[in-house]
Design a protein around this ligand. Structure first.
Ligand SMILES: *[C@@H]1O[C@H](CO)[C@@H](O)[C@H](O)[C@H]1NC(C)=O
Ligand SMILES: *[C@@H]1O[C@H](CO)[C@@H](O)[C@H](O)[C@H]1NC(C)=O
Ligand SMILES: *[C@@H]1O[C@H](CO)[C@@H](O)[C@H](O)[C@H]1NC(C)=O
Ligand SMILES: *[C@@H]1O[C@H](CO)[C@@H](O)[C@H](O)[C@H]1NC(C)=O
Ligand SMILES: *[C@@H]1O[C@H](CO)[C@@H](O)[C@H](O)[C@H]1NC(C)=O
Length: 580
C-alpha cells in the first residue's frame, strides 16, 4: 500500500509523457506529409506557388529531371528571375554533394536545359572553357576531395569530349588542388597546390615545429610540363596573421592549420600574379620574380579606402580577377562567411572595386546580391561576361547562379537546389561560369529508346543539332537507303520525343540529328517496334470484351449456385450462435 501512491504518480507521468510524445510525433508526421505530399499537389494546381514550394524543399534538396534515352539526371532548376537581357550561351557547373548520386561536370543552356554531362570522372570542380594552342577545351579538376582542398589532376577535353591531356603540378608528392586551373594566353597553366608541411607557430602559442597546409601556386608550360614559376604562402606570410581560428589545428600532421587558403590565381599583362587568400581576406599582387608588390584588404592593406572602408572589407572571399587592367577594375566574390564560427555579414555579395595602383587607393564600384540575399559559407565565383559586360555569379555552397547588369540590377537567377536547405550544402557547385564559346561534336551516336508508344532521342553534348528527323524502314535487314523520313521536330531541350505512327507491322526506327541547314550530323542506333507490341493494341481490348461475355453467359449460373450454398452455410452458423 505504501508503494502504490508514488507508482500511480509515475504511471500518470509516463502516460502524459507518452501522450505528448505521440502528439509531437503525429504533428511532425502531419507536417512532413503536408511538406512532401500536399504542397506538390498545391503547386501543381497553382503553378504560381511552384517556386516557393521548390525553395522550401518539397521536391527534395536537389530536384532532378530524368530522361528515357539517357541514364543520368540533370537539375530541374527553378528560374526565380528571368530577363531577356541575360546572355545566351552555356552555363558550366559541377554539381556535387551528398544529394548528388552521380556527380560530374555539366553544361546547361541559358534556359537551364541539359547540354552535356558525364559521371566518368567522379567528383569534379571548376568546369570551364579555355583556349589552348588556338582551340577551345573543356577543363576541370577531378580527383579526391579532402575537406575544402583536393588531390587530383586537371583534364582537357576536346570538342568530341575525349580527354586529350591531363595536367598536374610539378614536384614530389604534389597534386592538383580544386581551387584553380587557368590556361593563360601564353598556353601556360596556373594552378593551386596544397601541401602539408611544418611552420613555426609559436607566435600563436602552438608548436615551433607546428603543422600547416601550405598554399602553393605554380605556372606550368602545358606542352613540356616544365615548371615556370612557383610561389609558397609560407615563404611570405605568418600563421598568426590568419583570420581562421581553429583551436585544434597545427599540433599534429593529421590536423594541419590551413592558415592562408589560396583560392584563385590570375596573371596580368605585365606577368604579375593576382592571388586571393580566403583566410587572410586579401588579394595580393606578386611580381614574376616573387616579390609581393601590394596587398589589398586584410590586416594591412596597401590601399587607402576611399569608400569609408567598404571597398576593402571583403572577408573569406573567392575568385579575384582583373576585369580591366587599364581601368584598374578588380572583381571578387565576397562570401562574408566561413562556417558557423566565422559569419561576418548577413549575406554574400559580388564586388567590383576600382584600384588606383599607382596612388594606392581603392574605391568600391558595384555590389551584386542575390534575390533572397543568399549567403555562401564556402566557394563561389564572379565573372564579367565579355560581350554584354553583365556580371555572372555562382553562389558556391548555395546551389544558385545569377546574372546582373553591370550596375548591380539582378536580371536572372536560377536555383538548382532548394534555397531553404542551402545551409546544409547537400548540392553545390564550386564555381559557375557562362560561355558562348563551346561547340560540342561527340563521336558517339545519338541514343533512342522506345517507351509505350513514344520514341525518345537525345545526344549528350551535341550543340549543333537543330532538328530531329524520325526515319523508318519496314524491310528486315534494312540498307541505308531503305530508311524513309516519317516525322521531323525542332530540337527543344535535351531530349526529343515522337509519337510512333501505329503501323500495325514490324518496323525499325532511327533518328537523324540535323543541323540548321538540315544536314545530317549523325544517326542514332536503330530500334525495332515488335509486331507483338503493335498487336497488343488490338488484342488486349478484344480479349477483355471476350472475357466479359464469357463470364456473363458461362460461369454465371455456377457462381450463383455456389453463392446460394454459401449463404446457407452462413445461416447455419448464425443459427448455431444464437442457439448458444
Ligand atoms: C541505361 O542503363 C540500363 C541499365 O544499365 C541499360 O540497359 C540501358 O541501355 C541504358 N540506357 C541508355 C540510354 O544508355
Ligand atoms: C611539401 O611538403 C614537404 C614536407 O611535408 C616538403 O618537404 C616539401 O618541400 C614541400 N613542397 C613544397 C613545394 O613546398
Ligand atoms: C604575428 O606575430 C608577429 C611576430 O611575432 C607579430 O609581429 C604580429 O603582430 C602577429 N600578428 C597578429 C595578428 O597578432
Ligand atoms: C607571355 O609571355 C611573354 C613573353 O615571355 C610575357 O612577357 C608575358 O607576360 C606572358 N603573358 C602571360 C599572360 O603569361
Ligand atoms: C594619382 O593621383 C593624382 C592626384 O589625385 C592624379 O593626378 C594622378 O593622375 C593619379 N595617378 C594615377 C596613376 O592615376
Amino acid at each position: 500500500m505504501v508503494w502504490n501512491k508514488p507508482r500511480a504518480g509515475l504511471k500518470i507521468k509516463l502516460r502524459i509523457i507518452s501522450l505528448w510524445t505521440l502528439a509531437f510525433a503525429s504533428a511532425l508526421l502531419t507536417l512532413l506529409a503536408i511538406h512532401q505530399l500536399l504542397l506538390p499537389v498545391i503547386a501543381w494546381c497553382l503553378p504560381q506557388l511552384d517556386q516557393r514550394i521548390y525553395d522550401i524543399g518539397s521536391y527534395g534538396a536537389y530536384p532532378t529531371q530524368e530522361y528515357v534515352s539517357f541514364n543520368l539526371s540533370s537539375p530541374r532548376s527553378s528560374h526565380v528571375r528571368w530577363d531577356e537581357q541575360c546572355e545566351r550561351g552555356f552555363v558550366l557547373i559541377s554539381p556535387n554533394g551528398d544529394a548528388v548520386s552521380r556527380p560530374g561536370p555539366m553544361i546547361l543552356d541559358s534556359t537551364g536545359d541539359l547540354v552535356w554531362m558525364s559521371d566518368a570522372f567522379g567528383t569534379t570542380m571548376n568546369l570551364n572553357v579555355h583556349r589552348y594552342q588556338g582551340q577551345d577545351y573543356l577543363t576541370f579538376w577531378a580527383g579526391n576531395k579532402a575537406g575544402s582542398t583536393g588531390k587530383g589532376a586537371y583534364y582537357l577535353l576536346d570538342a568530341a569530349y575525349n580527354v586529350v591531356r591531363t595536367v598536374s603540378p610539378v614536384g614530389q608528392n604534389l597534386q592538383g588542388d580544386i581551387h584553380e586551373f587557368k590556361i593563360t594566353r601564353n598556353d601556360t597553366a596556373l594552378m593551386t597546390v596544397y601541401n602539408v608541411t611544418n611552420m613555426d607557430l609559436s607566435a600563436m602559442g602552438r608548436p615551433v615545429d607546428g603543422w600547416i597546409t601550405d598554399s602553393i601556386f605554380q605556372e606550368i608550360d602545358i606542352a613540356t610540363g616544365a615548371l615556370i614559376f612557383q610561389w609558397r604562402a609560407s615563404d611570405h606570410f605568418r600563421g598568426n596573421d590568419s583570420y581562421m581560428t581553429n583551436p585544434f589545428a597545427g599540433y599534429t600532421e593529421s590536423i594541419p592549420f590551413d592558415f592562408y587558403h589560396i583560392n584563385s590565381v590570375d596573371k596580368d599583362s605585365q606577368g604579375n600574379y593576382i592571388i586571393s587568400s580566403r583566410h587572410f581576406h586579401t588579394v595580393t599582387c606578386i611580381s614574376p620574380t616573387g616579390e609581393t608588390l601590394w596587398v589589398f584588404g586584410g590586416r594591412s592593406s596597401s590601399f587607402a579606402d576611399l569608400s569609408d572602408g567598404k571597398a576593402s572589407e571583403f572577408r573569406w572571399q573567392h575568385d579575384a580577377r582583373w576585369v580591366s587592367e587599364e581601368d584598374g577594375i578588380l572583381s571578387l566574390f565576397d562570401n562574408e562567411d566561413a562556417g558557423v564560427l566565422h559569419v561576418d555579414a548577413a549575406y554574400s555579395k559580388g564586388m567590383t572595386i576600382q584600384l588606383d595602383v599607382a596612388n594606392r587607393t581603392a574605391t568600391l564600384q558595384n555590389t551584386y546580391t542575390s534575390l533572397q540575399l543568399t549567403r555562401a559559407a564556402s566557394q563561389g565565383s564572379l565573372q564579367v561576361l565579355p560581350e554584354s559586360g553583365n556580371v555572372f555569379i555562382g553562389w558556391g555552397s548555395s546551389a544558385a547562379y545569377g546574372e546582373f547588369s553591370r550596375d548591380g540590377t539582378l536580371l536572372c537567377e536560377s536555383h538548382f537546389g532548394a534555397s531553404w536547405l542551402y545551409w546544409w550544402s547537400r548540392i553545390k557547385s564550386y564555381r559557375a561560369y557562362k560561355t558562348a564559346d563551346w561547340i560540342g561534336t561527340p563521336e558517339y551516336p545519338p541514343t533512342v529508346m522506345i517507351q509505350s508508344d513514344k520514341l525518345y532521342v537525345s545526344w549528350n553534348g551535341a550543340t549543333e543539332v537543330k532538328f530531329w528527323e524520325l526515319q523508318r524502314t519496314l524491310t528486315d535487314e534494312a540498307e541505308e537507303e531503305d530508311f524513309e523520313p516519317v516525322d521531323i521536330i525542332e530540337k527543344e531541350g535535351f531530349e526529343g520525343s515522337f509519337t510512333l505512327p501505329s503501323a500495325g507491322l514490324w518496323a525499325c526506327y532511327r533518328v537523324a540529328a540535323l543541323d540548321q541547314d538540315k544536314q545530317v550530323l549523325g544517326y542514332s542506333n536503330e530500334v525495332e517496334e515488335e509486331p507483338s507490341q503493335i498487336g497488343l493494341g488490338f488484342w488486349v481490348p478484344a480479349f477483355v470484351v471476350l472475357a466479359i461475355v464469357w463470364w456473363l453467359v458461362g460461369p454465371l449460373p455456377a457462381v450463383k449456385r455456389a453463392l446460394s450454398r454459401q449463404r446457407s452455410h452462413c445461416m447455419n452458423w448464425t443459427r448455431y450462435k444464437y442457439a448458444k
